[in-house]
Structures are given as C-alpha cells and as structure tokens.
Write a protein that binds this ligand. Structure first.
Ligand code: FAD
Ligand code: NAD
Length: 493
C-alpha cells in the first residue's frame, strides 16, 4: 500500500499553506494509463525507490477500457467469420448467424468489466505507489493531487515529474452538434447494443474500425469522411478499405462535409454541405483527438494549457528550465498509439533514473538507449479493418516533404501464400525508398491478415537495412511475406 512505503512527509500543508499533506518522493507520474505505468516501472527498476503514479479514473487508461482492447475485441469474431467464409470447405461449416451478445460479452471481459483492480495489483506488485485523484502542476517539481473526497496532497518530486495524461476526443464545429447527444469512441467501444442505423462522422482509424465492427454486427452504417478516407496513410490504402466497406453495404461519403446536426423523436439528423440529409438512430463522432493538457496547471511552469507537450529526444519537456519535467504518450501529440507511448515510456523512465545517478546529461543521440527516435521516424500502425492496413515510417508524400530522394515501388499482393490464405485474396503493398541511401524509409501493406507482416518492415526501416542486403532476407514459401521478394524485384534487384 502507498502508505507503507515510507514516503518522507516533509510538512503538512496546514503548516505551510492551508490543508492537506506535503510529501517528497523520487518521481511523480501524472496518469496511470499504459504509458504512465511503464514510465513508473522503468524508473523504479532503474533504482528509484519512491515512484508515485497519480490516476483520477481507471488505472490502465484508455487502451484497456475504451480503446484498443474493446475495439479489437468487437472486431475479431466477425473477422474470423469473414475469413472462414472465404475458404470453400470451411465456409460450408458456417451455418449460423453472429451471436452479437456473445461478442459484446467477450468485449466486456477484455475490459475486466471496467474494473481496474488487477492493474492496481500490478502497480503495487511492481513496487510503485498509486495515489487516486486529479493532479495539477504547482510550480517546479510540485504536483497537487485532489482526491474525490476533496483531500489535497502535494507531491514534491526529488528527480522528475512525468506527464502521461493522454488525450481526449475533439468535436468538430458542426452547427447543433454540441446539443446533440452522440457517441464518442468510449460509447462506441462500450456499447451494450447495436443500433439499427449508425452514422459515423470521420473516416480516420476510429471511424473505419467502428464502421466495420458495427456493420458486421448488423447495423446499417453510413460514414461521412470529410475530404479523405484514412487521410494519414497512402491514398491507395483508404481507397481499398472504402471499396471493401461499400461491398459490405456501408455507405462511405467523401467530399461532402457535415454542416449541421439535430436530434428529434430519437433520431439523429446530419445535414451535409450539399444539402443531403442523413438520418440514423445513433451518431458516432470520430474526428480526432487532442492532448489532455487544459487543466494540468501548465501555466504554473510557464507552458500554455491546451497545447501538446513539446519534448526533446529524451522526453524532456522543452520550454521549462532544468531536467525535471518530462512527457510521454498521447499528451505529446506524437504517434498517439499504445505501443509508441510505451516505447517513449521506457526511454523516459530509463533516462530519469540515469539522470538521478548523474548520467545521460544533455541531448541524446538518435537511436541511442535514451532516445525516442522512432517516434518521429518509424511509427508502426495497424488499422484493423478488413482489409487491414499496416504501415510504418514515411508515406510517399511525407518522404517528399522531408526532402528524401524518393522512389516508390508498389504492387498488388498476389503470391502463392496469399492465394492459399483466402480465395479471391486482394491486397496491395508499397515500399517508399530513399534512392540516394538505398534503404526503405516507409512501407504499407493492405490485405487480410497483413498485420503480422508489419514487423519485418519496421526492422528494415529502423535498421536502415541496405536493399542489397534485404535481398538476402528470403521470405518463406508459401507465405504472404513473399510479397517482399516481388517488391525487391520491382525495385530492380
Ligand atoms: C477507439 C480507439 C482505439 C484505439 N486502438 C488502438 C490500437 O489498436 N492500437 C494502438 O496502439 N492504439 C490504439 N488507440 C490509441 C491508444 O488508445 C492510445 O494511444 C493510448 O491509450 C495512450 O495511452 P496514454 O497512457 O498516453 O494515455 P491514456 O490511456 O489516456 O492514459 C492517461 C491517463 O491519465 C489519467 N489522467 C489524465 N489527466 C489526469 C490528471 N490530471 N490527474 C490524474 N490522472 C489523469 C487518465 O484518467 C488516464 O487514465 C486507440 C484509441 C482509440 C480512441
Ligand atoms: N488501430 C489503431 O492503431 C488505432 C485505432 C483507433 C485509434 N487509434 C489512434 O487514435 C487516434 C484518433 O483516432 P481518430 O480516428 O479519432 O482520429 P484520426 O485523426 O485518425 O481521424 C480523424 C478523421 O476525421 C476527419 N475529420 C475531421 N473533421 C471532420 C469533419 N468535420 N467531418 C468529417 N470528417 C472529419 C479527419 O479528416 C480524419 O480523417 C488516431 O490518430 C490513432 O493514433 C489507433
């Protein structure tokens, strides 16, 4: 228990500025999501005894309860069903309908029923301390925590404060939307029933994954995508996912924007700029997220509330004197993905412990142990639509903007492994090459079950493996990985 850990109580606030207790600890981590938990664990394993995690909701954060886990649990059963239906022989054995309630129940089991006791057990078992309450910075090294019962504790960090407060959904400026009750990603991933008609505003990752899930669970789905489908990816990826959704009966509207929203008689109405009116039983708004920094007391350390925390390679927050304030995860606005938050967390936890030992001072060189270089150069991501989209590194457009000597090789995935995997397998793959250096700087695969292909590309990008050496990395026959051979042949090898 936190109280047993021998925190140094340096003063009671009644002695200094009012009520509450003031405690000195080694490190304070604001936010007990996947990022915060990992920062704290690494700092503790690095030798810092008193590491405190402050959490005001559920330990485990967004990923465990309202994001990765439940969304993938909603998608997986119907993906398996679709895969079976593409295989004559197996397809004949699919004779029933999807058991929607069983899918929803399994989803809930993956969230531990929205109960964080197992994560709390992990935190305590790892030798960390948990303080429940809302944290705000209060000047250098000071964090004021207000518990639900109003009790105030001030934590004073000997070595570092790490902000890992995550992100929150944004609401676009659509007339009337503020007054229309609607789903965000939390309501969609925790839904207890499937609406008959679902409107999805936003054709990014959340919008398309949830459109896939709810369509396959029986909803009529319309996606209003703004200017592009999966706009952050190679354009072909968005086209293929949109085509597949349309084939499954989803209407994907691109190039028309939502102008106004209203709800009456239980129905939600979205009027588009073209004048077209869409009517549904539920509306999911999935138009992006922003770093959660509005009420963190950033102004007390000279930073602007509401903005992303700008970090250097070691995760230290720029614009603040000294090496005591760090940030990791969604709050930095960089690569808002669980695995990348945890990668940054490992670097930050390690560097905080190293600096406490007097090591690792100054700027950290790219790809060195305490640097988060991959956050800006090699972010792997899988979109769990069907087809899946798996990408890492730069898109062609990003590489051109970065001044890379770009050459792109792209082709349909049509190898022995893919034809065996599913009848009528369709897919697409592309490598973005830096021709001057002869290395891969980006890769995208689109197709059923390409997620597990991605790590090979991540290794190629991070390792800056020369193409003529990659040629010797022979893909096994017959696997979908054979597409690597076709890509290298297309690159002239
Ligand atoms: C629908 C959806 C699906 C997703 N699917 C995937 C996926 O498949 N793969 C993937 O890699 N990523 C996925 N993501 C992204 C992933 O969920 C986030 O990148 C990840 O959860 C960020 O972790 P974090 O620890 O930085 O933030 P969070 O998980 O948001 O944790 C921050 C924690 O800080 C707490 N907190 C905030 N402010 C305070 C405060 N002032 N005091 C105390 N506590 C505070 C919050 O309560 C929260 O628990 C998905 C996101 C969404 C929305
Ligand atoms: N599988 C995964 O890895 C996964 C899954 C879900 C979410 N995530 C993470 O969560 C983050 C947030 O996801 P998201 O889908 O909310 O954001 P996003 O940035 O991926 O997509 C938002 C989309 O909404 C569109 N948009 C913005 N305003 C609009 C408007 N007024 N009308 C119509 N469209 C509009 C944008 O053009 C964009 O395509 C992602 O960046 C991703 O990192 C990851």
């Amino acid at each position: 228990m936190p109280g047993d850990r021998g925190w140094g109580i340096v003063a009671t606030m009644s002695e200094s500025s009012g009520t509450g207790t003031e405690r000195e600890v080694d490190v304070v981590v604001v936010g007990g999501g996947s990022t915060g938990e990992n920062v704290a664990d690494r700092a503790h394993r690095g030798g810092l005894a008193d590491v405190v995690v402050v959490e005001n909701e559920l330990v485990g954060g967004e990923c465990s309860y309202w994001a990765c886990m439940p969304s993938k649990a909603l998608l997986r059963p119907t993906a398996a069903l679709a895969a079976a239906r593409r295989l004559p022989g197996a397809a004949a054995a699919v004779t029933g309908e999807v058991d929607v309630q069983a899918v929803l129940d399994r989803r809930t089991s993956f969230t531990s029923g929205y109960d964080d006791s197992s994560q709390v057990e992990w935190v305590e078992g790892a030798g960390l301390s948990l303080v429940r309450g809302t944290a705000r910075l209060d000047g250098e090294r000071r964090v004021v925590v207000t518990a639900e019962d109003g009790q105030v504790t001030t934590l004073v960090a000997r070595h570092a404060v790490v902000v890992a407060s995550g992100s929150e959904p944004t609401t676009p400026p659509v007339d009337g939307l503020g007054d229309v009750p609607h789903w965000g990603s939390r309501e969609a991933t925790s839904a207890t029933e499937v609406p008959r008609r679902l409107l999805v505003l936003g054709a990014g990752v959340v919008g398309l994954e949830m459109a896939t899930a709810f369509r396959r669970l029986g909803a009529e789905v319309t996606v209003v995508g703004g200017s592009a489908v999966l706009g952050a990816f190679e354009p072909r990826a968005g086209e293929l996912v949109a085509d597949a959704l349309r084939e499954e009966g989803v209407e994907v509207v691109v190039g028309d924007r939502a102008a106004s929203a209203a709800r009456d008689d239980g129905e939600v109405r979205l009027t588009l700029s073209s004048g077209r009116e869409l009517v549904a039983d539920e509306l999911l708004v999935a138009t992006g997220r922003r770093p959660r920094t509005t009420d963190l007391g950033l102004e007390t350390v000279g930073l602007e509330p509401g903005a992303a925390l700008d970090i250097d390679a070691s995760g230290r927050v720029r614009g603040v004197e000294g090496t005591w304030l760090y940030a990791a995860g969604d709050v930095t606005g960089l690569a808002p993905l669980t695995h990348m938050g945890k990668y940054a967390a490992r670097a930050v936890g390690d560097v905080v412990a190293a600096r406490a030992r007097g090591e690792a001072q100054g700027e950290q060189a790219p790809w060195s142990p305490y640097a988060t270089t991959a956050l800006r150069q090699a972010v792997p991501q899988v979109v769990f639509t069907d087809p899946e989209v798996a990408s890492v590194g730069l898109t062609e457009e990003q590489a051109r903007e970065a001044g890379v000597d770009v050459r792109v090789v792209a082709l349909d995935i049509a190898v022995a492994g893919s034809s065996l995997h599913a009848d009528g397998y369709t897919g697409w793959a592309c490598l973005v090459l830096d021709d001057a250096r002869g290395v891969v700087v980006g890769a995208t695969f689109v197709g059923q079950d390409v997620a597990e292909l991605l790590h090979s590309a991540t290794v190629a990008v991070v390792g800056e493996v020369p193409l003529d050496r990659l040629w010797h990395a022979v893909p096994s026959y017959p696997t979908i990985s054979e597409v690597w051979l076709r890509l290298l042949e297309a690159a002239g090898l």
